[in-house]
Write a protein that binds this ligand. Sequence first.
Ligand code: F6R
Length: 261
Amino acid sequence: MEVIIRPDAAIAASMTAELVAQAIRIKPQLVLGLATGRTMETVYNHLVEKHQKVNLDFSLCRSFNLDEYIGLSPESPHSYRYYMNYHLFKKVNIDIRNTHLPDGSAKDIEAECKKYEDTIKECGGVDIQLLGIGRSGHIGFNEPLSALYSRTRAKALTPTTIAQNSPLFPKPEDMPKRAITMGVGTILDAKRIIMLVTGKEKAEILAKAVEGPVTSMVSASALQLHPKCTVIADEAAAELLKEKEYYHWIFKNEPEWESFR
Ligand code: F6R
């Protein structure tokens, strides 16, 4: 794992977007693993800008999102499908048929999860997976105690996650309490992972994920097992990291992310 600390959230997001853009330029038929949430909005704004201003070409890309709420139709303005269409897909030249999210309104959720895993495999696996981290330590919606080998499945959301995301719904009680999510094992299968973490409210959980023990109590700690994982944090989120000086030194002298291509 490489930890890169940037001065603020804007610079951290812009670096994340640039790494994704570089990967698309190197491999135009990239399979992108995408996340939703507030942290990613700026990254998608940058990618849209790169498409508009420097012709970043998404036409051959395929994408798989991490998760979707159970019980929301893709048309619901609170679904992650709607979020992705709004923030990225409708603003770049990706073929919408090549964008995948689990269907939270599927009648047979188990079959939907299996189909999702199969489709990822058929596409040759995820080349580069973008992640945020929840205050519960989740990646995707892998809440505490998610098996480190877990695959795409339905997961009950914790009170911490409900408190984090329910303000985004018209009434907090409208927020679904379950979601389909790629498993920790599914995420770790990605060839490369970039996790973006900003804001002081993420400092405590980031320190546990990066410097604590690998434990299913903090799903993001499983990223320590991945050979090509870059964590990009702003100073506020990095506040409680004990080895900050070391991470800065590596970034300046021996940057690993440049070789993660
Ligand atoms: C969303 C997802 C979540 C978020 C996390 C952080 O698809 O997978 O793990 O990345 O909850 O969300 P924000 O960025 O809103 O703090």
